[in-house]
Design a protein around this ligand. Structure first.
Ligand SMILES: Cc1cc2nc3c(=O)[nH]c(=O)nc-3n(C[C@H](O)[C@H](O)[C@H](O)COP(=O)(O)O)c2cc1C
Length: 187
């Protein structure tokens, strides 16, 4: 993997109440060569500047969707962003090859624990299964789907040191992608 310009598209509608993303976002922002773009800060009225967003995509090779898991999906503004920015003729369709060869990373936190995301668990499906719409969106747009970075069990994640450890792992993950290395295995 060659070195890459990394774009983090961050979507959290209640950032002022966030415990986990507050630290993950701070870790991402601090990395040189990583562009951190807070969608709810940029577009509180949901009026997305599509041309500007497309330009930003073209200027990066690794795209990261960083958000809390909301109803087994992403918060509404990121869905709006997908609907408007990934246009026919730009992102998909016969002429829509502008994103080909880039890569997509999902960086997600879930309230439910890892054990809940299993056939016998509370949420019945694995994260890999629930993230299929994002994986297929990437495929349709010619983006490589990277192994997701997931922090499970945020409801019970109360120890600030533990949250800081996840943030440090996230920073290592993004730094590896920036430098064209395979991210280290999660502990
Ligand atoms: C509207 C809403 C929907 C949510 N849906 C899910 C869900 O589908 N699965 C899950 O595990 N947690 C769900 N959660 C919990 C959030 O994922 C959790 O609060 C978040 O990851 C915590 O991160 P933060 O401290 O940065 O806010 C939901 C929370 C809200 C407010």
């Amino acid at each position: 993997m060659p070195a890459a310009r990394v774009l983090v598209l961050f979507a959290h509608p209640a950032f002022q109440k966030s415990r986990i993303h507050r630290q993950l976002a701070a870790a991402a922002r601090a990395i040189e060569g990583v562009t951190f773009h807070d969608l709810y800060e940029a577009y509180p009225d949901f009026q997305i500047d599509v041309a500007r967003e497309q330009e930003r995509l073209l200027a990066h090779e690794v795209i990261v969707f960083q958000h809390p898991f909301y109803w087994y999906s992403c918060p509404a503004l990121l869905k709006e962003w997908l609907d408007l920015v990934l246009e026919l003729g730009f992102a998909y369709g016969p002429e829509g090859t502008r994103l080909n060869g880039k890569a997509l990373l999902a960086a997600i936190t879930t309230g439910g624990g890892a054990h809940a995301y299993a056939p016998e668990g509370h949420n019945r499906f694995t994260m890999a299964e629930l993230l299929r719409p994002f994986e297929q969106t990437a495929a349709l747009c010619g983006l490589a789907w990277l192994p997701p970075f997931v922090v499970h069990g945020t409801v019970h994640l109360l120890d600030p040191a533990e949250i800081a450890r996840h943030a440090a792992e996230y920073a290592r993950h993004l730094t590896a992608l920036r430098d064209g290395r395979t991210p280290p295995a999660r502990t």
